[in-house]
Design a binder for this molecule. Sequence first.
Ligand code: UD1
Ligand code: CA
Length: 464
Amino acid sequence: MVAVAILAAGRGTRMKSDLPKVLHRLGGRSLIEWVLSSVKPLEPVRRLVIVGYRAELVTEALTTPQMTDPILPPLEFVQQQEQLGTGHAVQQLLPHLQDFDGDLLVLNGDVPLLRPETLELLLKTHQENNSLATILTAHLPNPKGYGRVFCNGQNILQQIVEDRDCSPAQKQNRRINAGVYCFRWSSLADVLPKVTADNDQQEYYLTDAVNYLDPVTVFDVDDYQEILGINDRKQLADAYGILQTRLKDDWMRKGVTLIDPDSTTIDDTVQLEPDVIVEPQTHLRGKTVISSGSRVGPGSLIENSQIGRNVTVLYSVVSNSTIADDTQVGPYSHLRGQVQVGHKCRIGNFVELKNTKLGDRTNVAHLSYLGDTTAGNHVNIGAGTITANYDGVKKHPTTIGDRTKTGSNSVLVAPISLGEAVTVAAGSTITESVPDDCLVIARSRQVVKPGWRLTSTNSEPQPS
Ligand code: UD1
Ligand code: CA
């Protein structure tokens, strides 16, 4: 039986931000969401988050409906009013875990790259060795800032010394404390009250509690990148790079072509099928799903959108929208606000669609804006057609029936409805609805004056 506690009360001074450090975003999630997702496969029986600095923000961010996971026990928020150190933070758990009899996994909220498998191995090692505590360590090329771990040959801990309390000789040790610990809770509860703030920072160190326990097993992580902590913006960017490399390598293994991985970013929340091709300078965000055979980019941003099979999206921005199979989008299209595009459509150059639904085989090929519009199948929206959907106060809908064609430079003043197989003459401004099977012309008639020539008498005022 394992409970999990995440330390998230610190401000994260080195981030130079009003936002609590654990709410800074890394890819599609906040740092603490990453930590929460890494512990999920352990099926913890309790999940406690220690909050302090701007606690209400952290609590609110983690209790939205999207964050609530029915399979897991609800998050319990434990207040640490003053942030007097990691040991002090864990001391706050004492009244909450009085009746708990099991193992407690403690993680720092600023260590987002941990793999669940690593935590599973840590827990297994802890339980097999029947240790009072097992701590995760790594050998870092640059261990500066981390607590150093000293142990005997059998991976039994002798001591953890914080970087600032290390002697020059101790600083040479590159084996560091990852800030991830598995404790037998009853043993930790016994030693927590003994921790004092007798050190260079005058803080209560959790590492002191570890030093009081014996025996403590030390468990080394294979890939040291997993345990990198985020303390400043540089480390946040570095972590993003590591995460991106991981995700992109994984998608390539699963059959996705990334033409230029270095210029592409993919949120971890994105789903791709085999034989998707991602061209350079393309960014896939949020809950985007792209099906097999589709080619996105170059130069595209797709967020929270579903893209069907064999779709192309070229130099375009697609957000919160759905595109069905065999449709072509771009170059330079912008789809936003719940657009739904049917099969075999063509959305072309300099076209903006907002909250609009198009049927199958419908084209909006050039220089148009359709907002709050529902168009049927086989519709052809001529170049430069605009729906005037906003009267300055409210947005109004436009409906366009199957097989209707609008001529170039038409304006459809909403609310308006065009029936099926309507033809709108080029340059028309349509203000009233049109029934099925009509030609509609709404522009002034052309006037031709034969023999008329520009002369000084009709072009410039004569001197008086
Ligand atoms: C800590 C460890 C260090 C380890 C490193 C790994 C201690 C004393 N040191 O140092 O050995 O190498 O992590 O990343 O534990 N927090 C609270 N309340 C507090 C103080 C901190 O909740 O009063 C939280 C922070 O929000 C953060 C985490 O604890 O998520 C770690 O705190 P931080 O100050 O970053 O510890 P480090 O100095 O990195
Ligand atoms: Ca840290």
